[in-house]
Design a protein around this ligand. Structure first.
Ligand SMILES: *Cc1c(COP(=O)(O)O)cnc(C)c1O
Length: 354
């Protein structure tokens, strides 16, 4: 492994920390004093640098702008009472980043660049990690094509960045969602399993239509029949039916393999539930509701952790939940948050010390 000393550091002359109002944090709007930047050229990563957060200069012909070779990750860092910084399961994001890179014909990022670069950057801006309950430092690694050529082909050059953004409590009120039957998020053979920019652009219209209709999000279904559930917006989804938590399986590669999804599977089992990763049709969900065995529906993701669903609509069939009576999703949310913030034993070694 290449030592972290291969990362050059240029410190910001002055810190923006004091003028950042931590009581009014809008998600993803404020960034710390530094960022990590590296370039891929001639088959290798070069110019690895931590430097003051600043704009990039780019050609209007930048390949990523035209053909969308762009991938990213979302990770969170926390600080304990003693002032130590920890990052939640970053190795999983590192692995997923390179899976996304491969699918988009982009170069892999070496572990020292992603992990040690992140460690060093977070250490430098450690004072930006809010130590208040439910606050964290959001870490955004991103890679995009930088060839200045508008010919369609995988770019020969790329830029990798890591940005840090302090975030406040992401309160997500129980959501109203409907089963999407027109738009598609992911199809077999497509890029649903990759965290790539275009997936987000392609999903915006369905979200906008949902909002126009007075809903918060859509429940994505399979591309071919619009019958099998996939995800809720940009979150993985779980259905609690009886004593079983069911979440769509990964075999078709249409589901983003969430780190929160994986954590939820582990903790739900610890709670005594049976967990099944398999295909689940909307008919099965409705049948369970009719039989009275459908207990809870919730989404999982790094930003909100767990989002409860209070209303689920499929055609004319509407299911209302009294989320105040739920036990599984609130316990899961508490356990994940408590592990991240040091109030619950980190049995699975999820917290990675900076
Ligand atoms: C990022 C993402 C998730 C959640 O993944 P986490 O690792 O839990 O944050 C789920 N679905 C989609 C489509 C995503 O992009």
């Amino acid at each position: 492994m290449v030592a972290t000393t291969d990362i050059t550091v240029t410190r910001a002359e002055r810190s923006k920390l004091k003028e950042t109002d931590f009581d009014k944090l809008v998600f993803g709007r404020y960034f710390t004093d530094h960022m990590l930047e590296a370039d891929y050229e001639d088959g290798e990563w070069k110019n690895i640098e931590i430097k003051p957060f600043q704009p990039l200069l780019m050609s209007p012909s930048l390949a990523a702008l035209h053909y969308g070779q762009a991938i990213f990750e979302g990770i969170k860092a926390y600080r304990d009472k003693a002032g130590n910084a920890f990052i939640f399961r970053p190795q999983d994001n590192f692995r997923r980043f390179n899976l996304s890179a491969k699918r988009m014909q982009m170069p892999e990022v070496p572990e020292y660049l992603f992990m040690e670069g992140m460690r060093k950057l977070v250490a430098i801006d450690k004072n930006w990690i809010p130590d208040k309950e439910d606050y964290s430092l959001y870490i955004r690694p991103v890679m995009f094509a930088t060839d200045e050529v508008i010919g369609v082909k995988p770019s020969d050059t790329y830029k990798f960045l890591i940005l840090l953004s302090p975030t406040g409590p992401y309160y997500s009120a129980p959501m109203r969602i409907y089963v999407e039957e027109k738009y598609t998020r992911a199809a077999p053979g497509g890029v649903g399993f990759a965290k790539t920019a275009g997936n987000y652009a392609a999903a915006l219209q369905a979200s906008a239509v949902a909002k126009e209709k007075g809903y918060d999000q859509v429940l994505w279904t399979d591309a071919l029949q619009h019958k099998y559930v996939q995800e809720i917006g940009t979150m993985n989804v779980f259905f609690v039916i009886g004593n079983v938590a069911i979440t769509p399986g990964l075999e078709e590669a249409t589901i983003l393999e969430g780190v929160t999804r994986n954590s939820a599977i582990t903790l739900l089992k610890e709670m005594g539930l049976k967990v099944e990763e398999r295909s689940l049709s909307i008919d099965e969900v409705i049948d369970a509701h009719k039989k009275g065995t459908l207990k809870e529906v919730f989404g999982t993701g790094t930003a909100a952790t767990i989002s409860m669903i209070k209303e689920l609509k499929y055609k004319d069939y509407i299911i209302h939940f009294d989320t105040d009576k739920w036990t599984v999703a609130p316990t899961l949310k508490k356990w994940v948050t408590d592990i991240r913030e040091g109030r619950r034993e980190d049995k699975y070694n999820w917290m990675w010390k900076v």
